[in-house]
Ligand binder design. Structure first.
Ligand code: 13P
Ligand code: SF4
Length: 307
């Protein structure tokens, strides 16, 4: 189907189904353009709760749709492509948590939202990159804490809060691939630019001495910061889908990707055509078994309440 017609059909079906389209900032530009809301993991989880729509088409990856389904059992959550997964969420299994808990019966498990429902069900609290520091800073000081699964985000949270965290050695292949040498090259080329770094990046600790005034921000934090900062030029260390949003929301500023091939192939599985098919055929419905959802819901409700 031709693109303009596809857009028309998506909008028509959206109204007919009383649906909303929620899109993550790493989605393809044409998918972001048909969405009712574009945001980061925390914003999307909250928007899924706020919407009065009965159907949510989740233009993002599986764990995000699952989060929306757990928080809103009365709504129908659709993921346009079931193969839209996440290497970070795949890096940890429930057994990893159970083994740690056995050695630390008094311990607290903090799960990044980039995890499967079965892992969240074993966690005490979930976090996103936007509120991980705030959530961890509030935890009791006399109990061991296991932060899973992203070790770079975990190290950043430990640094900022001064808390000792046990870190699971997980990583996102896209962000882990953004390393010190990429940062160095951009620092030489754009010495006057501001640097915005996602805390999942592999360059997280080296940026502390290479560019001490770099800002460690979630994707939504980047959009907010770029809009209000005086600088005209920004080097951006995260998945490149965010550049569409940054340029749209701060059109007078220049954004330079630290690694132009930092592309999440899972996020890019969601195309306009698949969004259309999702609405047309009401597929793929994301369901989480209630016994898992019930436990994961506690940890997720604690997450959306902070930050
Ligand atoms: P945020 O959008 O919460 O910053 O997370 C980034 C990410 O990697 C999502 O997959
Ligand atoms: Fe997962 Fe990384 Fe893709 Fe985000 S960018 S969905 S963390 S693989």
């Amino acid at each position: 189907m031709e693109r303009d017609l596809l857009i028309q059909e998506v909008l028509r079906l959206k109204a007919e189904r009383q649906a909303v389209i929620l899109a993550h900032s790493y989605q393809l530009p044409e998918v972001q353009e048909v969405a009712d809301f574009v945001g980061d993991s925390l914003g999307l989880a909250r928007e899924a709760q706020r919407t009065k729509a009965k159907v949510i088409v989740f233009a993002g990856v599986h764990f995000m749709a699952e989060t929306a389904a757990i928080l809103n059992p009365e709504k129908t959550v659709l993921l346009p492509d079931l193969e839209a997964g996440c290497s970070l969420a795949d890096s940890i299994r429930p057994e990893d948590i159970l083994a740690w808990k056995q050695d630390h019966p008094e311990g607290i498990v903090v799960a990044y939202v980039n995890t499967k429902a079965e892992v969240k069900a074993l966690a005490d609290v979930c976090v996103t990159s936007a509120n991980a520091v705030e959530v961890v800073a509030r935890l009791p000081k006399d109990r061991p804490i296991f932060f899973v699964p992203d070790m770079f985000l975990g190290a950043h949270v430990a640094r900022v809060t001064g808390r000792k965290l046990d870190l699971f050695p997980g990583e996102c292949h896209v962000h882990a691939g953004i390393r010190e040498e990429h940062l160095k090259a951009l620092l030489e080329k754009h010495p006057g630019a501001e640097f915005m770094i996602h805390p999942e990046c592999g360059c997280g600790s080296s940026c502390l001495f290479l560019k001490p005034d770099a800002k460690m921000l979630s994707t939504e934090g980047m959009v907010r910061y770029a809009k209000k900062a005086d600088a005209k030029e920004f080097v951006v260390a995260t998945e490149v889908g965010i550049l569409h949003r940054l340029s749209k929301e701060a059109p007078e500023k220049t954004f330079i990707p630290v690694k132009p091939d930092a592309i999440c192939e899972y996020m890019k599985r969601i195309t306009l055509e698949k969004v259309y098919l999702s609405l047309k055929e009401m597929r793929h419905v994301i369901r989480v078994p209630e016994e898992v959802a019930q436990k994961a819901r506690r940890a997720l409700e604690a997450m959306v309440a902070v930050g």
